[in-house]
Design a protein around this ligand. Sequence first.
Ligand code: ZN
Length: 83
Amino acid sequence: MAKSTRLSGHALRSEGKPFSWSSNDQQYVRTNALYGHETGEGYALCSCGEASPWCRSNAERKRWHAIHKRRIQERAASQEEES
Ligand SMILES: [Zn+2]
């Protein structure tokens, strides 16, 4: 397992499959459940609760999550330097 791809508390939900916002449920739901597709447009969700901007593909969502994790790691690193 590559260490850089795992960050505790930050897993990409459903491996980057698309979510959309359900105003009825007031939460993100898998677009699969609404439209019957596994890829395509939608939001990425991280297990920490953060959602991506609207993405056009699984690849775009995975890219968002990689950047998201890097940002978390950089923030943690800079906090260590300050203390
Ligand atoms: Zn996260």
